[in-house]
Design a protein around this ligand. Structure first.
Ligand code: ADP
Length: 303
């Protein structure tokens, strides 16, 4: 039997996280990669989960590729750029509060929208393609157009395109470019996964129904509006509106990757036949467990 293919496209960075004694632990993370990591654990052996990005040809890039491969991710679509390397971020803890500093402006991944033929290869025979607002934000305007055109061609061939809006206003040129990018992403997406607080900040939405309406009108067949501990409001062109309350989480340790794991949980459930309400429950249950653990990749949940 031929394998189904799930491909996530975006940027994975070097992560420097505080460890004991003032030292830092080096890892690799990024929203779309986190989603692929969870998808790999949720989807069965009849699925290939691939991560597509651009990295450098240096040893730190080799380390990332080796790490991904060891995690079961197909790395066959990681392009190598001789002049660039990975982006990096540093987490600082000040009285328990995390803050982030980024060095990613010149990363190799910023060029992943330059090669249309490479994108077509990445998306060839993908059952699902997952991208985010960060994937779009790091590209220049021409790269965004090229990536969205390739996603549109894949969609026309039957690929299910998933778009997690993941708004990072500072990565975009300005608010207008961000809003235009979001609508362009949604126009080639089957599933859009926004977070209500971010949508309020970007568009002034009064309710999740406003968020649903915008992305439905942009062309999405499924819109799932997350709202932290609050109700998830979803709409699908088949089932209409569905609302699900996530189970309460007793102790929130670290909300990193709540949305990324939710996306993987929702897509994996839908791809294996779950109805929208059941898929949201599965996604929210996973996200609720992920935020009870430290770090983006909650390895302990899958031991
Ligand atoms: P994002 O990380 O994309 O901004 P949210 O913060 O809305 O998204 O969280 C995504 C999902 O994670 C929510 O829909 C919910 O299922 C779960 N979640 C997040 N925070 C909490 C919380 N405090 N209690 C219970 N579930 C939560």
């Amino acid at each position: 039997m031929s394998k189904h293919r799930f491909v996530a496209i975006g940027e994975c960075m070097v992560e420097m996280a505080p460890a004991e004694g003032g030292l830092y632990a080096m890892g690799y993370a990024g929203d779309t990669f986190n989603c692929a990591w969870y998808a790999r654990r949720l989807l069965g052996p009849d699925w290939t989960v691939a991560y597509a990005t651009r990295a450098g040809r240096d040893s730190v890039s080799d380390g990332m590729v080796e790490f991904m491969a060891a995690e079961g991710i197909d790395t066959g679509h990681i392009a190598r750029d001789p002049d660039r390397t990975l982006g990096l971020y540093l987490i600082q803890l000040t009285e328990g509060e995390r803050s982030f500093a980024y060095w990613r402006g010149q990363s190799a991944a910023r060029r992943l929208g330059e090669d249309s033929a490479w994108l077509d290869q990445v998306l060839d025979e993908a059952r699902v393609a997952h991208v985010s607002g960060i994937t779009l934000a790091i590209l220049d305007p021409a790269g965004r157009d090229t990536l969205c055109a390739a996603l549109g061609r894949a969609q026309a061939r039957g690929t299910h395109v998933s778009f997690d809006t993941n708004l990072r206003p500072r990565l975009w040129e300005d608010a207008e470019a961000m809003r235009a990018g979001l609508l362009m992403g949604a126009s080639v997406a089957d599933t859009v996964l926004p977070s209500f607080d971010e949508e309020v900040a970007a568009w002034g939405d009064a309710s999740p129904a406003d968020t649903v309406a915008r992305y439905r009108d942009a062309g999405a067949g499924t819109v799932v509006v997350k709202n932290g501990a609050g109700l998830v409001t979803a709409w699908t062109d088949v089932d209409g509106l569905v609302e699900v309350a996530p189970a309460p989480v007793a102790r929130v340790i670290d909300t990193t990757a709540a949305g990324d794991s939710f996306a993987a949980g929702f897509l994996a459930a839908r791809l294996t036949g779950a109805e929208p309400g059941a898929a949201i429950t599965r996604a929210a249950t996973l996200a609720g467990r992920v935020i009870g653990e430290r770090g983006a990749l909650a390895r302990g949940l899958f031991d």
